[in-house]
Design a protein around this ligand. Structure first.
Ligand code: SF4
Length: 230
């Protein structure tokens, strides 16, 4: 991947950003779910909706005893749709969940443990073969359910990078390649890094940035500009 994506010009490095974020947020220990099945369901349900809507759907699934591949696949699709309604586009997401776990059944006899222990690249291509599973959802599952090291890129990550003035190239893989350069390939680091970017974007680097107190302010031209204007 290094040769494919040469070093872009940039005012700071992925390691410097991580060091600052980790000093500020510490270990965030994502994903907020009791086990890999719930991580996978949450990764699909969180597409294009706020996490609080996902939490409501997850609580209803738990209340209905849907805690694994078999119960989910045995549930009539209309009942699945009703349980996840709060997550928005629920018909589409119900289909996606069924397609995802049908793929797990097809590749790994329905055993999540077997599926998540497969080699990372094989797992990723199988996840991406499911309709509606893109790189962000696939990598969230690989990192937070399978606990294999891969960097997750989302819209928050792109927003922060753009404001810091780092140009990586437009594709998902370009952004991921920039973040993984010079950083140890480590599940704990990738886990914290993505979680901290999300926290930063929710707390400071919002649609309208609140740069005052942002831990990245000293390395961010947008933040410095905002400070000068105060
Ligand atoms: S200083 Fe402002 S623009 Fe820069 S990362 Fe922080 S919140 Fe975003």
């Amino acid at each position: 991947m290094d040769d494919e994506f040469p070093d872009p010009p940039g005012p700071t490095t992925p390691g410097e950003i991580y060091a600052v974020l980790h000093a500020h947020y510490g270990d965030l220990e994502w994903w907020p779910a009791p086990g890999p099945f719930q991580v996978m369901v949450g990764a699909v349900l969180t597409q294009r909706t706020a996490w609080r809507n996902v939490e409501m759907a997850m609580e209803r699934l738990e209340g209905a005893g849907i805690d694994g591949v078999d119960p989910l696949m045995a549930l009539p699709v209309e009942e699945l749709e009703a349980l996840i309604r709060s997550s928005g586009t629920y018909r589409q997401k119900a289909r996606r969940l069924r397609d995802l776990f049908a793929m797990v059944q097809g590749t790994s006899d329905g055993s999540l443990e077997t599926f998540l222990a497969r080699p990372r690249d094989r797992m990723r291509s199988d996840l991406l073969s499911v309709n509606g599973i893109g790189p962000e959802t696939a990598d969230s599952i690989i990192l937070y359910a399978a606990k294999q090291p891969v960097f997750v890129v989302d819209a928050y990550t792109r927003r922060v990078l753009g404001r810091i003035g780092i140009e990586t190239g437009p594709s998902y893989d370009h952004v991921a390649a920039w973040f993984t350069r010079g950083i140890e390939e480590d599940v704990g680091i990738y886990n914290n890094y993505h979680a901290a970017m999300v926290e930063l974007a929710k707390g400071y680097c919002r649609k309208e940035p609140r740069c005052d107190g942002c831990p990245l302010c000293s390395m961010c031209p947008t933040g410095r500009e905002a400070s000068r204007g105060q």
